[in-house]
Every structure is written in C-alpha cells, then in structure tokens.
Design a protein around this ligand. Structure first.
Ligand code: ADP
Length: 610
C-alpha cells in the first residue's frame, strides 16, 4: 500500500529487575502510517497496574505502571501490540522479579521408576536445593539425587523430584527440603516409607528406626515388638529343651566320636558396623532357621538331627589310624592341615584309596564338639554332588576327618587357574587346561545346583555357599565340599563380627546381613553369587569395594554386574536369585532344570564388552 508502513513498537526500558512488592514503569512507543491502534496485553498480569496514554508528534506512547509487583509475574512476557492497515507489530519484555524462594509443595515419596519425592519450588534468583535426612545433611550421589523437570510451562516454578534408587527400610525417615536464595530460604518435610523395617520383629535398636513416625505409631510398634520378643523367648526355651532331648538321643548312637571343629581362631575388635551386625552369630550361637511350617526354631539345621535319629546306620564311622598313610600336604584349612593320604579298608571293592584328611590342631572341648557335629552332619549328607565323607579318626592325635580326594582342589582356585588371568597368578601350579568355556561353566553350575536341590530337599540351609567351598575332581566333577564357616586362606571373603564370628557378607542377601535370617532362599541368593563367580573365573564379588561398602551396596539393592562372558539366560538366572524379597527368588529345582537345559543347548553369548 502506498504511504503505508507497518507499526514500529518499542518498549522502554527493555529489561528491568525489581524486587517483589516494588513498582515498574514501561513505555511502549508506537509509530506507523496510518497511525496504529495500540494496547498492552495485561489480561494475564497479576500485579496491580495503571495505564497512561501520551501522543508525541508522530509517536504514540502507552505508559504501563506496575504497582506492588507480584512474584507470580516473574518471567511473564509483557507485550505491547499495535495494528494498522499495513499489518500488526509488537514488542515484548520479560519481567525479572526477585523474591525469596519458597516451596510450593513437597509430597511424600511415591514409587515411579525410582522412588520420588515430588516438589515444586519457586524463587528468583535461582535457589539452591539441599536435603536433610532425619535432620542430617544428605549427600547426593548416583543413587540419591535431585532432578528438575524442564519445560513444565509453569512460569518460574521449578518442578522436580528427589530420586532414590532402590531404597530399603534403612532409608525410611523424614526428608527435609531446604531451599535458599539471596532473598530468603524455605524448608519442608516429607516422609519416605519404602519398606517396613524388619527391626520391628527382631532386635530393638539394632537398626535405626525412622523418626518420622508419629508417637502413636512408635508406641504401637514397640508393643508389637514386645509381643514378638515374648513369643521368641518362649520358642527359644522350647527349642533348648528340644535340643537337649535330641542330644541325649544322639549320644545313644554307639560310635559317638570326640571330634570338634574350631570355628574361629583369631579374636578381633568390634567396629561400628560389627556392632550393628552383632546379632548375627554364626557358629557361636545356633542361628535361626525356618522349618516347613514357617515356625522358627533355634536348632541349627534341625533335620540333620532327625536324619541321625531316623536312620541308625548313619552314625559316624571310625577309621583306624594304622589304615591311613599320609602322602603330602594339600592345603591349610581353618582348623588344621589338609593332607592327601592313602587309606586302607575303606571299601570292600578296593584295597587302598586316595583320600583327603582334614586334621584338627589344638583341639579343646568346645572345638571337639564342633568337630563332632560337623562329622555327624557330613555323615547324613550323601549325594553325588556333596563331597563324600568317610569318617573320623579318633585313636590318637591329631583328630582327623576323612574325605574323598578331589584332585583339582577348591573350585575358586580352579576357576582362577582356568581364566584369563591364570598366567599371572603365581600361586597356580596346576597344569593349564585352557580357559573354561561357557558350556563347561554351565556344567559346573548345574552340578552345584544339583547338590543344592538335595540340601534343600532336606531343608538343610548351607549358609556359606561359595566357590571356595566347592571341590573339583577328575572329569570336571564338582561337589559342595565344605560346611565349615571360616577359612584362613580366604579370610578376606569373610567379615569378622564381634571378634569371633566370620560372615561371608559378599555372598549374603540383605535379610541375612541385616537380620541373621538364613533360609533356603538365602542359599539361593548365594547360589546367584556362585554363578557370578563361575562366569567371572573366580573373581571376588564386589572386589572393588571394602566390606562396609559391599554391605551398603547389597542392602541398598545394588546388583553385581553382568560378567563379560555371561549369556543373557544365565544373567537372568542370577537376577532371579537376587530378588530382594526371599519368596520372589527362583527355587533351586527350577534353577537346576534351567541350567540342565542350557547345558544341553548352550546359548550363544556375546561378550558384552565386545
Ligand atoms: P577348612 O574348611 O577347614 O578351612 P578346607 O576345606 O578349606 O579346610 O581345606 C583347605 C584346602 O585343602 C582347600 O582349599 C583345598 O585346596 C584342599 N582340600 C580340602 N578338601 C579336599 C579334598 N577333599 N580333596 C582335595 N583337596 C581338598
């Protein structure tokens, strides 16, 4: 159009910062031919405002005065628009209103992909966000972190979450959000209740009980704890009486031997972590196991006693010392030296047999009793994937146990000797058979699973399943070979609690670490770790972490990483063993049959690191 021009619109000043409650004045200068019609868009403005209109030569000036500026208008795009026959024109400034930070909401933790404490916070200048857990500073890390959601289209309000990855009841408590900017600060509390604390059913004060609960709730849980403790004491008294009766019956068994196992040799000092685990007392006090009916009893693997009672033939066999000729030392156990020996008169079919002899040094009355218990237990356990126990030798010193000889020693050493690092492991003297293949690993795992199916059928809880406690014989035959609880050569695999107790924490599920709960299901967890050991050629689980770090990882629900050589199917098995809820873990029968199927049909695997 001739003699026409689009409206020119300019807002002055172009940027203004003001504190909440202050006032601001903007001029919108509009020119154009023909003279445009112009206005401020104020329908979404929260701040109180007044207009003024001035005409200067060829320019129209629209004045907008904001009085008592509201923080709700922070980041608002203030727009002045004009229009004439040639078309529209506009200018825009963004309001920059400073105000003290405030939390609009902080809600209790809810489960999303991870657990999330949703929040919304608003403040200008941009606030910092900090968290407290039960009043103490919470350090953010990979597993606990704040994340803001971009583009929420909510002015300057920031929405976000405090995320927790797989929290446990140890993370239950009050989470306080503290926000600050130069103009002020704000804080709000929210509750995180991720899991019920089993401490309620066990040891008062052993695990910190969250402080977020109301007084009423605390009182209730104390009462219920008192009730549980009374029931437990009742059961304990009953169990002790039961144990006494059982021991009398066992003593009637003619060949009662006088051996004992020394379960812990070195005394250590108790640290903080040990204190919190103090109630886990392997060896020293019989732990709690659960029988079929779900009733707790205080007898260690009670079925073992039943076995002795039901079948009188199952009494420990005595082997004459004169029938044993020692050949050489095989290794050093926690209780004494282990020798290769020739033994006569063991079986009617052969004159002499190679055997492994475990000796007991420095036997005192209590270690003899332990030794005796282990001998009785070993006598009962008979299966092709449990190391064969022939009997004890008690005529003279040292006291000894006689086992079938497993040529390749313990499985952990065997795995290391047949892994990629075999050459650099100086200790390994056995001739290299080459690196183990996936089908061989599956074969090894299947055999241990078979032994575990047997133990589970007897309701026997092993409590220390690990490759160091399996033995390897001729033709890659693998057997579960050790039912003792401590080893000198593998002492770093155990965590010493309360001086005398050694715990294989790296093989233990959260409920065993936290509540000394050992069940067939906790053995399943350990079996998953055994699978991991096999597929890493004998690496120590969580080798990169200290004991306390490993405990933290396990109780927080972190999983061991998939080994390089591990097929997907096997990794799924491992994960099935590491379900946090014991009841959700796979059962050993299924694991066994799935491993057998994989042995028959070995899966293709991709080295996940390439
Ligand atoms: P402990 O359980 O008393 O600590 P171990 O069972 O660990 O004793 O024995 C120590 C070492 O002796 C093992 O690492 C293994 O190399 C060897 N050993 C034990 N039993 C046998 C066996 N039946 N056949 C061959 N070697 C064995």
């Amino acid at each position: 159009m001739d003699n026409c021009s689009l409206p020119e619109v300019t807002i002055l000043p172009s940027a203004t910062k003001v504190k909440e409650g202050g006032s601001l004045m903007f001029e919108c200068h509009v020119s154009g031919t023909p003279p445009p019609v112009a206005s401020w868009r104020t329908e979404r403005l929260h701040s109180r405002h007044v207009f003024e209109r001035r005409v200067m030569v060829s320019t129209l000036v629209l004045v907008l005065q904001l009085l008592e500026v509201s923080s709700k208008d922070n980041l608002h795009n203030l727009t002045c628009e004009a229009e004439n026959q040639a078309g529209p024109g506009e200018d825009m400034v963004q309001l920059d209103i400073e105000f003290p930070v405030r939390i609009l909401f902080l809600r209790k933790a809810e489960r999303q992909h991870h657990w999330c404490f949703p929040f919304a916070v608003d403040g200008n200048p941009e606030p910092t966000i900090q968290w407290l857990y039960n009043g103490k500073e919470l350090t953010e890390n990979r597993y606990t972190y704040t994340q803001l959601f971009p583009d929420t289209d909510d002015g300057s309000v920031k929405h976000g979450c405090l995320f927790l990855n797989k929290p446990t009841h140890l993370n239950n408590g009050v989470y306080t959000m503290v926000v600050r900017n130069v103009l002020g600060h704000d804080q709000a509390n929210a509750t995180g209740l991720f899991m019920n604390s089993p401490a309620d059913n066990f040891d008062d004060g052993a695990i910190p009980v969250p402080t977020n609960t109301s007084n009423k709730h605390v009182t209730e849980s104390k009462e219920s704890r008192l009730f549980v403790i009374s029931v437990a004491v009742g059961l304990a008294v009953f169990a002790c009486a039961f144990l006494l009766v059982m021991l009398v019956v066992i003593n009637r068994c003619g060949q009662h031997s006088k051996f004992g196992i020394h379960r812990s040799s070195v005394l250590g000092t108790e640290d903080d972590l040990a204190l919190s685990l103090r109630f886990m007392n392997f060896g020293t006090n019989p732990p709690c196991t659960e029988d079929d009916s779900g009733l707790s009893s205080f007898v260690e693997n009670p079925q073992y006693f039943c076995g002795i009672i039901k079948d009188k033939d199952m009494c420990v066999q005595n082997i004459k010392r004169q029938d044993i000729v020692l050949k050489w030392e095989l290794g050093e156990g926690a209780f004494g030296k282990v020798y290769l020996a020739e033994c006569a008169n063991l079986s009617p079919d052969s004159d002499k047999m190679l055997v492994a002899i475990k000796t007991l040094k420095d036997a005192n009355e209590s270690t003899r009793q332990d030794f005796q218990r282990e001998a009785e237990l070993l006598t009962v356990l008979q299966h092709q994937h449990i190391v064969r126990f022939y009997g004890v030798c008690t005529d003279g010193e040292p006291l000894a146990m006689v086992f079938e000889y497993m040529r390749h020693g313990d499985l952990n050493r065997f795995l290391r000797a047949h892994g990629p690092d075999a050459r650099i492991l100086e200790e390994v003297k056995m001739p290299p058979l080459g690196q183990l293949t996936v089908p061989q690993m599956l074969h090894i795992a299947g055999q241990i699973a078979s032994g575990m199916v047997y133990l589970a059928s007897l309701h026997f809880v092993h409590r220390d399943l690990a490759t160091r406690n399996c033995l390897v014989g001729e033709g890659l035959v693998v057997k579960i070979g050790d039912f003792g609880m401590s080893r000198d050569i593998y002492s770093t695999d155990y965590y010493r609690v309360g001086g005398r107790t050694m715990l294989p924490i790296r093989w233990m599920p959260p409920e065993s670490i936290m509540y000394r709960k050992f069940t067939t299901e906790s053995d399943i967890w350990s079996f998953g770790v055994v699978l991991w050991e096999i597929f890493t050629y004998g690496k120590q689980p969580w080798y990169q972490l200290s004991n306390s770090e490993a405990i933290e990882c396990i109780t927080q629900g972190r999983e061991l990483e998939r080994p390089r050589t591990c097929p997907k199917e096997v990794h799924l098995l491992m994960q099935g063993c590491w379900q946090r809820e014991p009841q959700q873990r796979l059962v050993i029968k299924d694991i066994h049959s799935r491993l057998l199927a994989l042995v028959k049909n070995p899966p293709l695997y991709l080295d996940i690191l390439g």
